[in-house]
Design a protein around this ligand. Structure first.
Ligand code: URA
Length: 241
């Protein structure tokens, strides 16, 4: 037996908080009857409807995917480009990515059918560290990297403090490899941060999401998260909020 709002959130319909609002507003039915009480628990045999639509209750699944470049972080694309779910050809559950990586960005992307878990991890108040390695044009000075660390003004606001590390420099080609750790998820954030200090990103890869790494995976490969990892991620999100 699980709480009704949790069941709705798990089904990916909406967040747990929104589910609570909808229950109070009388938009949720259990076995054909409107339920407006929050504490109610339901079993897997109960039929739950939200806004008159039955919800699909599937066992939650959690995947870690090494996204290649040239793939959309979406479940479908109207321009016919490759999408992340193309890498799960025989998988019939409704899964979707937790946040996004740009089409040209490779690296670690989580996928799940657990809407509540996804919301928890992408909510900006849960400061989950994301580690990227960027190949950039030119050789950034310590000073300019410090600007990134302090926070930089982008058109949609100031970025939160970040960590950076200059990993290597190719003097001949005038390019550098820089590691950057951020915990927000603004659109194209890393690329825009480097643009703002005058160093265009030529290649970008997400190496880590919280404590998770790409270890043992090649590009395009997938593994399931262990129940322990899922638990640790929940704890990491709750701790940092
Ligand atoms: N920042 C970017 O610029 N692109 C990504 O894909 C992720 C973070």
């Amino acid at each position: 037996m699980e709480r009704l709002q949790k069941v709705i959130a798990h089904a990916g319909v909406t967040s747990r908080r929104k589910a609570e609002e909808w229950i109070k507003e009388g938009r949720v039915k259990v076995n054909g009857k409107v339920v407006t009480e929050l504490g109610i628990k339901v079993s897997s045999n109960d039929k739950v409807e939200v806004n008159e639509i039955p919800i699909h209750r599937e066992a939650p699944v959690y995947f870690l995917f090494y996204k290649p470049r040239g793939v959309i972080s979406s479940v479908k694309d109207d321009k016919g480009r490759k999408v992340v779910t193309d890498f799960f050809p025989n998988y019939d559950k409704r899964i979707y990515p937790v946040g996004r990586l740009d089409y040209d960005t490779s690296g670690l992307l989580l996928l799940t059918n657990d809407g509540e878990f996804a919301n928890l991890l992408i909510h900006p108040k849960h400061n989950i560290d994301k580690t990227y390695v960027a190949k950039v044009k030119g050789i950034p000075t310590r000073e300019s990297l410090r600007k990134l660390e302090k926070g930089i003004k982008l058109e949609d606001g100031l970025t939160a403090p970040a960590k950076t590390k200059l990993l290597s420099v190719d003097k001949k080609k005038q390019t550098s490899i820089v590691e950057i750790v951020i915990h927000e998820g603004k659109n194209r954030q890393v690329r825009r941060m480097f643009d703002a200090i005058g160093h265009e990103v030529l290649k970008l890869k997400r190496e880590k999401f919280a404590f998770l790494t790409l270890q043992g995976l090649r590009t395009g490969e997938i593994r399931e998260l262990t129940p322990h990892e899922v638990k640790q991620l929940r704890t990491a999100a709750q701790k940092s909020s």
